[in-house]
Structure formats: C-alpha cells, structure tokens
Design a protein around this ligand. Structure first.
Ligand code: GUN
Ligand code: FE
Length: 423
C-alpha cells in the first residue's frame, strides 16, 4: 500500500550534512520509503496522504546505550562516582528485577516513554534476570521500539545483582532459546571487565563466535575503573585488550563511554569496527570526564549516542544530543578540538544508530521509515520568520513530548497526536 506524508522534511544523511525540503512529500510503500519529493509526482496524486502542515518531519532517535532496570532510579543517586554509585545504588536497584510483576510494570512504562520521546531503535542492558529480560523485550516489541536487548552477565563484584558463573551461562542459553521477537534481538552483554571472571568472558566470546551474536559492554569510563582493570588483567596494556583476548572485541561491538581511551585504544576500535557509544550526561553526572568525541571520529571510530539511563538522567535523545554538544564545547575549551555542530550531533543521535542497525542514512529510500513529526508552533514566538535549519536547531534544543505529533518505527505509526500508543 502506498501512503504519503507531507510536511517540512529535515534529515542528516551524512555526518555534518543537513537537508531540508520545505512542505515536501515522503512516499511510503508498505512502510518502506520510496522517495522524497519537493513536488508530488503525478502518479501518487490519488494515494492516501497525511498532511502535517507546517510541522517538521525528521528521522527518529536511536539510543545505543541504556540500562532498563535503572529506570526506577532516574534522576537520583548523583552524589557518587561510578564504582561507588554501582555498589551503593545500582546493583540494589537491579536486584529488584527478580520480581517479574515489578519488571512488567517498569518496562511497560519505559517502552512507552521511549517511543513517545521519539526513540525507535535502542541497544539496551537488562539485568541478569532472564525472565525480566524477556519481559523487557516483549514490552519494547509491543510499543514498537526495535533493536537489541542483552541479559547482563556478571559473576563477580556485583553484590546483590551478581550470579554464579555456571548460572550466568545456563541462563544466557535459556534466554537465547526464548528470544522470539521480530523487532528486538539479543546482544551478549558482559557488564564490564570487573564484573566478569575470565571463565565467563571466555565462554561468552565462544558463544559470540559460534552464534554470530553482537556484543555490548563498557570501556574506559572512569579512571578508577581503568586502574582496576589494569590490576585484574596485568597482561593487558590497555582496557580494550581485556575484551579482545576473549573474542569480544569485534565488528559492531558496542562500547559505552570511551572517556579515557587513548590513541592506541581508539585505533584498536577503528581497526576492529568497534563502535563508541558516547553518553555525555552520564559522564558528567558520575564525574567520569568528557569523552574525546572529535578525536574518535577523526581516527575513524564509528560513534553513536546513548542516554545511559540512569547514570544519564535524560531519556529524551534530543536532550542527549544537546548534552553532547555542551560536552564537546567543554572539550574544545580544554583541548581545542572543534565542538559538535547541531547537524553533527543530531547525526550521531539518529542516523548513526539507525545505520548501526542496518537502517538508512537519514531518509534514505529502500528502508523502513523511522521518523518523528514535531510541532514547533507553540515554542516561543520568534522575532522574525525562521529558516527550516533554525527551526530544526530550536526543536533539537527545546522539544518535549508534547511537541511530538507522531512517531513512525519500522514504517508503522506507533504514536499519534492524541498521545496514545498505537498498539
Ligand atoms: N559500568 C558497569 N556497569 C555500569 C552501569 O550500570 N552504568 C555505567 N554508567 N557504567 C557501568
Ligand atoms: Fe552504562
């Protein structure tokens, strides 16, 4: 079936690029984008159309790092650095997800909050609990959020959230057997090197190879953590080697943070095709630092953005994008590295993540539509008429849920202006 969307089309098809089509047309065939047109071709004139008027139609967001079982502690516990924060608040909060009813409640809310904030693809850490992880995947699928979810593996230094090595492996297999979802796929998730014994890491590396599974974890987030990894793996000269020696460092591995990754570690990422997931708000909240995003990009590392809920306090990816711009300005003050422009940061928070999952670069024909429709008419009245690029910038900075008229994920409308999920 052919459908037409009309509005002010804005997208970032390449890093740093911004294309605008005023009052343009998106033509969809069964949810797949066929073309973008400033004027609707004759042959489509009789097709059903959705006219969004002066609203902006932009690619939706992709959040490549967040912890679903930390959603209940969002906006709290910001008084400790990473390792103390994990021990004091985080592991305890995650331990609650042994309770499947609790998990259902929290994850239903999270899935709805994601889609209604315009996040349509995500790479998510669950807790160590298999049943709660399957519930999370179910709720995401129901809401229309696509991507990866990982049952967390952690068999040491995890307090109440920890599991035994054997249990960690057998539960991972049970989880994989029960992953039968269309939009949401499994990703192996060793929490980070200090949480996993060598035996567990080796078994996960083997599983990743045998079943060709993707991997996500944390890398060089905090200086205390980096020093700890050095003590646990004295044979590794850099943190990344503690993943590489177990076969977990490979094409499309997602590594969150990379705040303290030096040139050698960055080169190892570029060479292997490992992605850096930049989580600017979390890095400030947990006193980790500011990641060298420009340097990573210049060295050829693929970069995407993550909210890192709940080290990060903002689920809405436009706020994460803005935070990454702010962090890059601090970095410029410190090192002279040019800060991220709005189109660059938007690319990292939308297109980069979509491309990671095999989606299109911006509104690229041949891919299922992932888009939001934003109404900026209630934002402060401007002193003069704004260009579409200016309206785009202001929308990235100011957009709240109430401005989002519609969200399309995998070519299907999942949210419309009545503010209800389309289930
Ligand atoms: N490193 C290991 N676990 C975590 C976590 O839950 N959050 C963050 N930010 N870093 C981690
Ligand atoms: Fe994290």
């Amino acid at each position: 079936m052919t459908t037409i969307l009309r509005g002010n089309i804005i997208h970032a098809p390449a890093f740093g690029a911004l294309e605008t089509i005023p009052r343009g047309f998106l033509v969809l065939e069964d949810g797949v984008l066929k073309g973008l047109y400033p004027v609707l071709p004759e042959k489509y004139r009789s097709c059903p159309a959705m006219d969004y008027g002066e609203a902006l139609i932009m690619p939706s967001f992709a959040d490549l790092h967040l912890h679903a079982p930390q959603y209940p502690m969002l906006g709290m516990g910001m008084d400790l650095p990473l390792l103390e924060w994990l021990d004091t608040y985080t592991f305890r909060t995650e331990a609650r997800f042994a309770d499947v009813d609790y998990a259902r409640r929290v994850y239903r809310q999270l899935a709805w909050d994601l889609i209604s904030s315009g996040t349509t693809r995500a790479a998510i850490f669950s807790s160590r609990h298999t049943d709660a992880t399957l519930i999370l995947m179910e709720e995401l699928e129901r809401a229309g959020v696509a991507g990866y979810v990982g049952k967390v593996n952690m068999d040491r230094n995890g307090g109440a959230a920890e599991e035994g090595t054997e249990e960690s492996l057998s539960e991972t297999l049970r989880w994989l057997e029960n992953c039968r979802f269309d939009l949401v796929k499994p990703i192996l998730t060793p929490r980070f090197t200090p949480s996993c014994t060598d035996e567990l890491m080796a078994a996960l590396g083997k599983l990743a190879r045998e079943r060709d599974l993707p991997v996500q974890s944390h890398l060089s987030e905090n200086s205390g953590e980096v020093a700890w990894v050095g003590q646990l793996h004295p044979d590794c000269s850099r943190y990344w080697e503690s993943y590489a020696k177990f076969g977990l460092w490979k094409d499309r591995t997602l590594m969150a943070h990379c705040v303290h990754s030096d040139a050698r570690e960055q080169d190892a990422m570029a060479e292997a095709g490992v992605w850096a997931v930049h989580c600017a708000a979390s890095n400030v909240n947990l006193c980790s630092g500011t990641a060298p995003v420009r340097e990573l990009l210049d060295r050829g590392v693929r970069v995407a953005l993550g909210s890192d809920i709940s080290g990060g306090d903002q689920l809405a990816m436009n706020r994460v994008i803005v935070m990454s711009i702010r962090a890059s300005k601090i970095k410029q003050i410190e090192t002279g590295a040019p800060f991220l422009s709005v189109p660059e940061a938007y690319y990292l928070g939308s297109t980069a993540g979509h491309v990671y999952f095999g989606g299109g670069a911006g509104f690229q024909p041949g891919h299922k539509l992932h888009a939001i429709v934003a109404d900026d008419s209630q934002m402060p009245a401007p002193a003069r008429e704004l260009t579409l690029a200016e309206r785009f910038e202001r929308t990235v900075y100011l957009m709240e849920k109430r401005h989002i008229l519609a969200v399309y994920s995998e070519g299907v409308e999942r949210l419309h202006s009545a503010g209800q999920p389309v289930l």
